[in-house]
Design a binder for this molecule. Sequence first.
Ligand SMILES: Cc1cc2nc3c(=O)[nH]c(=O)nc-3n(C[C@H](O)[C@H](O)[C@H](O)COP(=O)(O)O)c2cc1C
Length: 176
Amino acid sequence: MNFLELAQTRRSLRTYLDKPVEREKLEYVLETARLAPSWKNMQCWRFIVVEDAAGRAALAETMGETNPGRKALTGAPIVIVLCAVPKESEIWEGKDFMMLDAGLAMEHLVLAATEQGLGTCWQGLFTEQKAREALQIPEDVRVLAMTPLGYAAEERRPRPRKAMSEIVFHGKWGRE
Ligand SMILES: Cc1cc2nc3c(=O)[nH]c(=O)nc-3n(C[C@H](O)[C@H](O)[C@H](O)COP(=O)(O)O)c2cc1C
């Protein structure tokens, strides 16, 4: 699978099989996150691997009842929680590079999971403080996102994307 095919294959998947993830695959996806680029190579990211059912249920409780991702956290055998240490990144000209750094690392993981035949789903809509309490995360660490990780029990059609002409400009801002 070349990189374009990988990007085309990835979906946000919210239902999972009751099937464990091989340790090598877990370590593989985490290794790709570890290798991500970051502001001044400060690597602000931290990942918490939550495999016990009680921990995953506690994380699901941090999400609104109508969030479609909620059931994914209890259904998948693993939840990966993306944290970041703000003092290991910087805000420069108002740009919070921590968010870019952590997002890059997480997307490495997500795409590596796709390559390994595993499903994921970015989750952003949760109450950060509840997630902190559930996993004993210190107050000075941000809890930015999470994803289920496992074998998906569903196939999904691709969601629509903007046309290339809407998002890519040449030479200067805007279309000719
Ligand atoms: C930062 C971020 C946060 C997201 N948060 C949630 C979420 O809380 N719940 C959910 O079900 N999906 C969530 N998603 C998944 C998006 O809804 C999904 O990526 C988008 O609809 C495109 O679909 P696709 O990923 O299948 O291409 C999130 C995605 C991103 C990148």
